[in-house]
Ligand binder design. Structure first.
Ligand code: TRP
Length: 333
């Protein structure tokens, strides 16, 4: 059986270097002949926190543009908005009936987002992982590239698939495997190397956005956190030096080299020498993406066509799987 990949990103704020190196670039690498790739813009997940209705469609186009600009090929991969394929919500409801609340309460992302305010959080935030399970299972996806923070949700998706299979004495849903390509690159904040680079950090200097121009990228790297020591000669020398480690990690990831190899070249040098080299590399790698993205965004009708076409292809795959699941559950038809 051909491997089927499913993954998605939320149309919230703009994407940054962490999304690119940690996720998007892996997706691009996965587009090989023996993989069928489905990349969703998960707008139904986005509304688990309030979104401005004037912005949602445009944010969806922007994420799709980022996928394409980063190298996802809409001829090969399916790119579509989650809300355009009804099977996601429908299957979610069916799966919700076989998901224990206790399991959802243990999700660390829910606990983080809900905080102490559990009386007032929306049901959508609580049920978020069930929708994610439906996303994956609606296509019987076999492989799911996700970051560390989504592994717990994927584990739950596997459990939900098993619950369905056990309850209905079937092997209908395959167990989706987490797909972590190579060493997943964890890109940290440029201001604090112990925190993940995040779109919700209030300091824009903490991240490199995929929409930043060359000047901005260079300025942010120049201000990035380091320490007084020069670059070490080996990876062990990065221990307890989070800011330093982060910049070397970024350099290694962008150049597709190992950290040890990068340190062989730069070990002993000052940050004032390394940072311009890193800025130059980042600009070289990111500017083609930024340019393609703004070209695409100047022609929203092109993006819309890709999304419509993708939604149709996705619907064609998901609809019969949903119907089969409904048949297994015994619904009228
Ligand atoms: N929850 C994922 C995130 O925030 C996005 C997502 C939604 C997803 N559905 C998915 C990822 C299905 C993989 C598979 O990163």
């Amino acid at each position: 059986m051909k491997k089927r990949i499913f993954s998605g990103m939320q149309p919230t704020n703009n994407l940054h270097l962490g999304n690119y190196l940690g996720a998007l670039r892996n997706w691009v690498d996965l587009q090989q002949d023996d993989y069928e790739c489905i990349f969703c813009v998960v707008d139904l997940h986005a509304i688990t926190v309030p979104q401005e209705s004037e912005r949602l469609a445009q944010a969806t186009r922007e994420i799709a543009a980022a996928y394409i600009a980063a190298g996802v090929d809409p001829e090969k991969a399916i790119i579509f908005p989650q809300s355009a394929v009804p099977a996601h919500s429908q299957l979610m409801w069916m799966l919700a009936t076989m998901t224990q609340m206790g399991k959802l309460e243990r999700m660390t992302q829910f606990k983080d987002k809900a905080g102490k305010n559990t009386e007032r959080v929306g049901l959508g935030l609580f049920a978020y992982p069930v929708l994610m399970a439906a996303d994956i299972l609606a296509y019987k996806a076999t492989h799911v590239p996700v970051g560390e923070d989504q592994k717990q949700h994927l584990e739950l998706a596997r459990e939900i698939a098993s619950t369905f299979n056990t309850r209905y004495k079937t092997d209908f849903f395959p167990q989706p495997e987490p797909q972590i390509l190579g060493a997943a690159t964890r890109v940290m904040s440029l201001k604090d190397g112990t925190k993940k680079m995040s779109k919700s950090d209030e300091s824009d200097n903490s991240r490199i956005n995929l929409t930043d121009d060359a000047e901005k990228i260079a300025a942010k790297i120049k201000k990035a956190q380091t320490d007084a020591e020069p670059l070490p000669h080996d990876v062990a020398g990065l221990k307890e030096r989070a800011g330093a480690d982060n910049l070397v990690t970024i350099y290694a990831a962008l150049s597709r080299r190992g950290k040890a190899d990068v340190l062989k070249e730069f070990g002993g040098q000052q940050w004032s020498a390394f940072k311009p080299a890193l800025a130059e590399l980042a600009v070289k790698e990111l500017s083609p993406i930024t340019e393609r993205m703004s070209d695409l965004l100047a022609h929203p009708e092109k993006i819309d066509k890709i999304l419509r076409d993708g939604a149709e292809r996705a619907d064609t795959l998901a609809r019969p799987i949903l119907r089969d699941a409904m048949d297994i559950m015994g619904f009228w038809k």
